[in-house]
Design a protein around this ligand. Sequence first.
Ligand SMILES: Nc1ncnc2c1ncn2[C@@H]1O[C@H](COP(=O)(O)OP(=O)(O)OP(=O)(O)O)[C@@H](O)[C@H]1O
Ligand SMILES: [Mg+2]
Length: 426
Amino acid sequence: MTQDLPTLILAAGVSLCVFAGLLVSCFQRYRAFRRAYFDDAPIPMLIEDWSGVRSFLAALRAKGVTDVVAHLQAHPDLVRDHRRYHRFVDANDAVLRLLGARDKVHFQEIAPQLLPANREIITRVYQALLDGKVSAQGERLLHTIDGRVVPVIWRATLPSSGDARRILFYAFDVSDQKRAQEMVLNARGDLAHAARVSTVGELSASIAHDVAQPIAAIAASAVAAEQWLLRAEPSTDRALNALYQIRRNAQRASDVVGRIKTFLRKAPKRTTTSADALVKDALALIDSEAHLYDVTIRTLIEADLPAVRVDEVEIKQVILNLALNAMQAMAQAQMSERVVTVAVCDKERDGGVEVQIRDNGPGMSEETLSRIFEPFFSTKEDGMGLGLVICKSIINSHGGDLSVVSVEKLGTIFRFILPYDRQMFR
Ligand SMILES: Nc1ncnc2c1ncn2[C@@H]1O[C@H](COP(=O)(O)OP(=O)(O)OP(=O)(O)O)[C@@H](O)[C@H]1O
Ligand SMILES: [Mg+2]
């Protein structure tokens, strides 16, 4: 028995040593594990203590606040106060590298300034805590000590026990993805822009085409004004009328030139307007030509048409070009009765308001009809052969199509759809 006591003491000592050894080994293993899975992990990881927040949430609930998220929205100051209930516990090396901190002590100094309470994160984590979820995630911008801004996707793992003392936050740097995304978006914008710029050549031709007519009208009106004033009995009324025509046509020429700006801008110009007013405005501009070609312009416009969303200057150009072609066709064929009818009606199944420009002129042969949308195709001595090309491209850019039906000796109908203004048309 007396021999047993030292044996027992020895045995106890050995067990203690083994136990201590085990403890040390466990601790070392834990350290190694922690080093591998936290400190040295390549993903930025941050441990935060939100237990104060839990108590704060519980206190709010006790005060009768049931929707804490709405409460936060109504009291933005609480977002700032959040830091009072919260503590940064630890950050791994990847966080230090990301933010530019020298070491963990430095991190604790700069964290409150670089990682200010973020409304979106707080709302999401509060909501997740309230709903008993085990994770929450979102996006935010991180500001580093050297002034860089890094977009990250963050994810918080929330303990299912409800103990919020160690909430682990991961951050995934998504700068490269964002840059790639931006490049794709910019490239898409640039491409659309480049496509528009590449039509500048086409556009210059179209401007030359569309400006030629108002300039000719200005010159004719100026001659008329001079003649009315130089008469033995000058007519100031008529001269004034000619001056008015000059002013209108000058405005028209300037509108056409203004189109270049629209083309070169990144976004096309669209306004909400009435097809009725648009047609009437356009036709008012070719009064003098109607007179010259001895043509009657008839309008058949349905009442209460829905609003359309278009580029007004462009659509007026289409109406003008088509009406001029109709008049010129009738003049060439020496018709006895010359009527151009412009009909406007609602075409719900086509998603817009239809405009038709009809004439009772000579119509077109099949050969002509098959070529009218070719650039520089013209059967006229002084025709540029661009009018219809321009019209088609304008209508296409409005999402529609310029269609034509023509029967020799009977006449021609051009039609197109002006798209509804979807916001107004419900
Ligand atoms: N209403 C019409 N009736 C008969 N032929 C037409 C009609 N509209 C167009 N055309 C034919 O289509 C051709 C092409 O028309 P487009 O407007 O593109 O050019 P253009 O009138 O000849 O010249 P410009 O470029 O000066 O307008 C015309 O030359 C003509 O032969
Ligand atoms: Mg023409």
